[in-house]
Design a protein around this ligand. Sequence first.
Ligand SMILES: NC(=O)c1ccc[n+]([C@@H]2O[C@H](COP(=O)([O-])OP(=O)(O)OC[C@H]3O[C@@H](n4cnc5c(N)ncnc54)[C@H](O)[C@@H]3O)[C@@H](O)[C@H]2O)c1
Length: 718
Amino acid sequence: MKSLRYRVDAGIAWLTLDNPPLNALSHALRQALIQGLDRAQADAKVRVIVIKGNERAFSSGADIKEFAGDTFYADPFLPALVDAVEASRKPVIAAISGACMGGGLELALGCHYRVALADSKIAFPEVKLGLIPGAGGTQRFPRLVGLETALNLIVSGGTVPASLLKGTALFDVIASESLDDAVRKFAAKLASQACPVRRVRDLPVRHPQAEAFLQFAKTSVAAVARGLAAPLRALEAVGASMSSFDAGMALESRIFTELMASAESQALRHAFFAERAAGKIPGLSDKTPQRKIAQVAVVGAGTMGGGIAMSFANAGFPVTVLEAKQEALDRGMAGIRKVYEGAVAKGKLKAEDAAKRGRLITPSLDYRAAGKADLVIEAVFEDLEVKKAVFRELDQVAKKGTILATNTSTLDVDAIAGFTKRPGDVLGLHFFSPANVMRLLEVVRAKKTRPDVLATAMSLAKRIGKTAVVSGVCDGFIGNRMLDPYAQQALLMLEEGATPQEVDRAIEGFGFAMGPFRMSDLAGNDISWHIRQRHYAENPKLRHMRVADRVCELGRYGQKTGLGWYRYEPGKRDALPDPLVDQILDEERRALKITARKISTAEIVDRLLYALVNEGARILEEGIAQRASDIDVVYLTGYGFPVQKGGPMFHASRVGLGQVLRRMREFAANPHAEPESWKPARLIVQLAAAGRGFDDAPAKETRPKKTPAKKTKGKRRG
Ligand SMILES: NC(=O)c1ccc[n+]([C@@H]2O[C@H](COP(=O)([O-])OP(=O)(O)OC[C@H]3O[C@@H](n4cnc5c(N)ncnc54)[C@H](O)[C@@H]3O)[C@@H](O)[C@H]2O)c1
């Protein structure tokens, strides 16, 4: 039987799932399981049936590749399979090892008994895809672990070891060594009993104050669900387990079907697949050789260097931190200590783990200390001359085969590679601030970066818990380059009549974590001011954004000065409207001879989003990003784009690129529009004409092109 091995031994039918790597419950596997079950029922020699997986997984759940087609619902549909297992006349034992998640856990709940290895991973991750368990999980799980535990796990999507659920009725045996032996022993006990079939559906769900508890849970879940539907719907389904099993199952099935068709779940599923796809690089494969990375060095112990060093130490890598001056080194190391102490004080990290991580970071002023490193990451000032000196030095001290990376935000990685005699070993690793927290890592592939260097960087990113996206070389790479036109639209709308709070509220209403003005106040308005000043100097024809300049000229740098686009009360972070900003806006509008108009929420949202999308499309055309979904990953993991919208490119494709194009043309007709801003990318025009979305565009190999990165001094930005 494909996907399943069947063997009878001493009265036990062993049905071993064989769909590597994680025994996803594909249609073929579901069919094979039903056949195996029937065969065991018919075999008089079989007294007990065991369903087991492999070391890595009993089963990780539904095969989500099937979500897009018809096979997901094909007979036997997972709920029917679970029911068939439960209906077996002969006792069925789930032998659980590794991941037992989602549909896999539901299959185990359909079994009459469960024997698990203590470290098996138990979870219902469906909410993370905007779904709820749909094969009886919301009804059977509370019958075994109780209402509260079931709710916690199903609503959070979190993973726990089997050992944590000891004491509930979920597991009949928790084994610490040989799973097969434990199963054999348990099966022998069952075979000696008269009525060994026990169906979970027949058990009651008990809770002393179910109604009050569910009401309380609803308030708490709503507060943390961030507008997502699935957690509250999961609560509704689990709550229904208090009524009859059949009524609960009917509700679960209805909610599952509704969510499956929802835009939110489609976006979350897109995000899931997009992250997986980002790891695939055209031209590279699993066979591309990789370099061994055991020892890391970071040059520069500033904001980024410290965070980068911690990212590696947190993953167990010894890291040497190099600085130019003792004072800067001391400051950097003190910053690192402060972060670890803070984590311990908040109870997020054990003191001994903090100490262990701290010990992995060694400060040094001597470049020769980088000689042993397999990877060196430079995070010094954003100035090409400074970087040149650093890379010349690194070229001298680094051993053969060491990967040399730069964390530059804007400088030309090809030029930086050219400072060494080994440009093939150089690439960009663009971390985001705070580097020890932010998940995104842009891996910048320069012209001469060798495939094994790129492949090593991608798998290293995984080891330090980052989501890596490959970018070609250009000014700002993927994320920051798209942010420029977005910020420009935000400022233009202020000139035309909007207030900072209207702009922020509109895009936060769309789901962004923070609007552009609150974000700028947080990051420091002076950073973008310096960037604009450089732009003005480089391009005398450039339109001056006087509104933003004036705010900075008044020293209103944002939260750090207590005043910015908003005002802040001492010690607080609430952004309060400030009449002085309104006055500046009025004066500037008068100077520009603009009569302020009310800008609708829809216009604010579309202008901000389509500015991102248009630049994203150019980035795709130029081959800076490999695929549209990579751009989505950048915005979802690094820029607070709402996950339920799937990222800017996915969102635009769902709206329809024809509609996006029409809106862009409307915006271009605005007398105050910047002529270049709304020139649509060729790719949008082509795809819109063909009635297609970005997701239809094929993946491309990244290549450095057109928009050159800065040759000398870069912009100091994240
Ligand atoms: N701050 C951000 O949000 C952010 C985000 C991504 C990337 N970046 C990039 O990371 C790099 C560092 O930025 P930062 O914000 O950490 O700057 P920073 O000013 O906080 O730190 C730079 C550090 O480099 C040290 N340094 C300077 N020259 C040196 C040399 N020759 N050898 C050793 N150390 C030297 C300085 O003493 C300083 O401690 C820049 O290229 C920047 O563009 C910054």
